[in-house]
Design a protein around this ligand. Sequence first.
Ligand code: MLT
Length: 234
Amino acid sequence: MNSIDVCLSPKFIELYDLKGKVVVVVDILRATSCITTGIANGVKSITPFELLEDCKKMKNKGYFIAGERGGKKVEGFDIGNSPFSYMEEHLKGKKIAITTTNGTLAIELSKDASEIIIGSFLNISSIASYLVLQKKDVLIFCAGWKGLVNLEDTLFAGALAKMLESEFYFSDDAVVVAKSSYENLDNNILSAVQNSSHAKRLRKFNVTRDIEFCLIHDKYNIVPIIRGNEIVRL
Ligand code: MLT
């Protein structure tokens, strides 16, 4: 039986050996929800960048550039970090370069893994089915907020661990913490996340419908996966 772990914050990532593992990167509000929505709506590929300047340079290579810092769209970029922006017709078949505060850093920190896939509530069942088929150890990697543990990513990790508990063994307590948090809040996950620190931060910028959208379960039946340095549809 394979193992499943949860890394609750990038601050802990050095404690985990990623070799041979499938890493599920999650940033519910909003990076991985955006990436999943874009790929599901026909975006050709999404290339993540940790640094803003590196992402900006991709404009000259014909990419759309998407960026967010502190919850706000980066000045001069084509796209911010709302999943609704990733549904636009003109992005179908196009390549996007993306940089965000936490999500793209977590993807960058996962590079030693054997596979990196993108998780969100929007595609949680597809992720679960894929992991069972892979028969590899799994790490659910929560992007958090600037090194701090956040609620929404932890709840996703708990929900996924609960879906997989008959197929994998839990090899550290972070999985148990995440799963019990999810089980405690399962019935009113929306109101719980509405009161999360990042939801409050986003509301200051009048961002509201993104939060509800990012908590929809199984809107898309896709597995976004890193191939080379870009995210594509499996
Ligand atoms: C992040 O990477 O921190 C988030 O995606 C931020 C956001 O979208 O507000």
